[in-house]
Write a protein that binds this ligand. Structure first.
Ligand code: NAP
Ligand code: SF4
Length: 677
């Protein structure tokens, strides 16, 4: 029995009463935009998506946000629930979830000034920094009609078979815009005093409760920390929580941080459970169940928060993309088999922001459940997989799970390949969970592991199928002096085989250049310890001040190293980084004093440093260490040898195409290849 199996998760797995319902455990699958609503076969895909998570035993599933009216739509394609007929088409989704023993609640979300539509509305006509549309100020009649729209939307959800609704009052959407002075400059009965600013959410909750009766579950998602200037202080949040309880809510879910906040709230740089104190502040004010959320991704952290009394329930969203069976595996003593969300945002939020349906880097099935099969193959094959990085591990474990006889060769004495390097970047040690997961899957499904064995063509004669996932090697640019002792590859630095000096030049400002620069200037505590994280980003660790801020989130945070990052392109450094994490990386580097220079021509390296030409002027950048983050080349020597011998091979991951290789493509290719064997 592993350590994780021995642990008790008794609080998390215990039932809890909420309103008229006895919930089977204390875990909610939090709301996520899925964009499945606008896909072909939308209802079938949503049934598959939600039913799989209900089979995984979350007590309540909250859907992505439905706008209660046209002005509240997130974007022109966003889902609405203002038409009873349309709402009824969702009934099969509700029935599929309920058949598996979970409750399902529709989230009612009015996007307010975040709505990416002409004619968006807000309490005051102040444009959001993350939206180009300026909102129209709502009239008194607009406000009263919108309250009625929420009530009708809840009624539509109830008629469609939902067990309840979650009223979205956090993250800076319309309701939250009413509650704080940051966005509410009104001087009528909906603005000014806290009493007035709170009137809109309170009236919505009251109207929904009156319209839908006492059996209908009403969850209100309160902003437990706005993380914007002019946000609410803790006592105002507690006051609102009490009013929401009195107005008839059954559960208070918590949200941390507005979308425009300059403090990271859910990305991998945020320590696990960093917002727990904010939930505890709300819990102290009310007697209905309070839910903690944000960067809770393992049963251990969930149990710790619950057992310590800081919250009554836990909401996890992305962890249910990574592993729909999070709760079931925990209940069955298989917590060590959970595929953990690593908070990368690469296939969930970044897909949504680029108009693609939600996915997951560590679980290619997420949002695409109907494209994969789990049933064993009818024609088992003998499969060799060469290279135990992300692509190879994914191929081998999936193929073995489907019943193939798989041998995995890895030249190193441990699995992981590039993941072993990636996990050195601040917060990316979450990749250790991916390594733990795949290590367990390979063992569980009987993959024969050949660690420390560089496979040659002679080792591969006895297989029906040979998969080459030999990965990449760092690209060494053709530059005079590149063999100077000051030069190191990113692999040497991130693996710890070479230490960097106090002044460093990072050549290449792609994803790895940014990771290396962040690695060089960040103290490990900033991503593992909530107090250190709060200090870096100007957050009040007690979450009591206005907006829970204690300083400027972008204030400089000096580093002991001087780092300059260079690229030849003239475009903004890091322009290709993920939408939802790139801004954090860029701000973190700026805060830590990293200088980013573009439009650079490299000339040579010698004892004086890196010689460059910028704006036609020759310059020398002195450096103790020059780190090459200049891309990668595919490692194909074995593949070419096998092909020359007439052996049929399938190349995947970096071996197939080094450009823009990341774990997302590697795992997806691996799993899909195994499915097709
Ligand atoms: P990358 O993003 O393509 O960046 C490579 C960098 O090297 C570029 O800045 C390029 O910029 C420079 N370069 C390329 N060839 C060069 C040469 N011959 N001489 C000098 N400079 C050269 O690749 P990466 O940083 O190696 O990352 C690999 C993959 O992992 C990418 O898909 C990346 O998106 C992903 N990744 C993402 C993240 C993240 O989003 N946080 C983190 C790590 C990795 P110039 O040509 O302008 O100089
Ligand atoms: Fe978590 Fe990354 Fe998957 Fe999103 S893509 S659910 S952040 S592992």
């Amino acid at each position: 029995m592993t350590d994780m199996q021995k642990k008790s998760f008794g609080t998390m797995l215990s039932p809890i009463r909420a309103g008229q319902h006895m919930l089977r455990n204390r875990v909610i699958m939090g709301s996520m935009h899925t964009r499945l609503e606008t896909e072909p076969d939308s209802i079938a895909r949503q049934i598959a998506f939600y039913a799989e998570r209900a089979r995984g035993e979350a007590a309540i599933l909250v859907t992505g946000g439905f706008a209660p009216n046209a002005e509240g739509m997130f974007d022109p394609e966003g889902p609405r629930i203002d038409d009873p007929e349309d709402a009824r088409s969702l009934r099969p989704i509700c029935e599929a979830v309920q058949a598996e023993g979970s409750l399902i609640c529709a989230q009612l979300l009015h996007a307010g000034r975040y709505a990416k539509i002409e004619g968006c509305v807000a309490p005051s006509p102040i444009r959001a920094p993350i939206n180009r549309f300026v909102p129209r100020e709502m009239t008194d009649a607009d406000i009263r009609r919108t309250i009625e729209d929420f009530a009708k939307a809840a009624e539509n959800a109830q008629a469609a078979g939902f067990d309840g609704v979650e009223i979205m009052g956090s993250e800076g959407y319309l309701i939250n815009e009413f509650t704080v002075t940051h966005t509410n400059k009104r001087d009528d009965e909906w603005g000014g005093s806290a009493e007035n600013r709170h009137r809109f959410p309170v009236e919505i909750v009251r109207a929904v409760r009156e319209r839908c009766g006492s059996d209908f579950l009403v969850i209100y998602r309160i902003s437990a920390a706005d993380l914007v200037e002019g946000g609410a202080p803790a006592e105002e949040i507690a006051d609102l929580a009490r009013k929401i309880e009195a107005a008839g809510a059954d559960i208070l879910n918590t949200g941390i941080g507005w979308h425009e906040a300059r403090v990271p709230t859910i990305a991998y740089q945020v320590p696990r459970g960093a917002g727990r104190q904010a939930a505890a502040n709300v819990k102290a004010a009310v007697s209905i169940p309070v839910v903690a959320s944000n960067r809770i991704n393992t049963p251990e952290i969930a149990e710790d928060i619950l057992a310590s009394g800081e919250a009554d329930m836990i909401s996890m969203a992305r962890p249910f993309l990574a592993d729909p069976h999070f709760v079931k595996k925990t209940r069955e003593g298989r917590a060590d088999e959970i595929n953990t969300c690593i908070a990368c945002n690469q296939a969930c939020l970044d897909f949504i922001f680029s108009d693609r349906p939600v996915g997951c880097l560590v679980n290619p099935r997420a949002g695409r459940e109907t494209e994969f099969r789990d049933s064993p193959t009818e024609s088992p094959k003998k499969v060799a997989v060469v290279g135990g990085g992300a692509a190879g591990m994914a191929t081998a474990s999936e193929a073995a799970m489907l019943g193939h006889d798989v041998t995995l060769f890895e030249a190193q004495d441990k699995l992981g390949g590039q993941l072993n390097l990636a996990q050195a970047a601040p917060g990316k040690d979450e990749f250790n969970e991916t390594l733990r997961y795949y290590g367990g899957q390979l063992q569980k499904h009987g993959v024969k592991l050949r660690l420390g064995q560089r496979a040659g063509s002679d080792d591969l004669t006895d297989f029906d199928h040979v998969v080459i996932s030999t990965g990449v090697t760092p690209r060494i640019p053709d530059l005079p002096g590149v063999d100077h002792p000051s030069v190191a590859t990113y692999a040497e630095i991130l693996s710890g085989n070479r230490a960097a000096g106090d002044t460093v030049v990072v050549m290449g400002a792609g994803g790895i250049g940014h990771d290396v620069a962040e690695f060089l200037v960040t103290e490990p505590a900033e991503t593992h310890n909530t107090d250190a994280f709060c200090e870096t980003w100007g957050v009040d660790p007690q979450f009591t001040t206005s907006g829970a801020l204690a300083g400027d989130p972008l204030a400089p945070k000096p580093s002991r190293r001087k780092v300059v990052m260079l690229q030849r392109k003239t475009s903004k450094a890091g322009a290709g980084l993920g939408v939802s994490t790139g801004w954090i990386l860029r701000n973190a580097l700026r805060k830590h004093g990293v200088e980013a220079l573009g439009g650079v021509v490299y000339d040579r390296i010698d004892d004086a440093g890196l010689h460059i030409v910028m704006d036609g002027e020759p310059k020398i950048i002195a450096a103790d260490t020059i780190v090459l983050c200049t891309g990668q080349e595919p490692e194909r020597a074995l593949a070419e040898e096998l092909i020359a011998q007439g052996v049929t091979v399938t190349m995947i991951g970096g071996a197939k195409e080094a450009a823009e290789l990341d774990a997302l493509r590697a795992i997806d290719e691996g799993v899909r290849l195994a499915q097709s064997l």
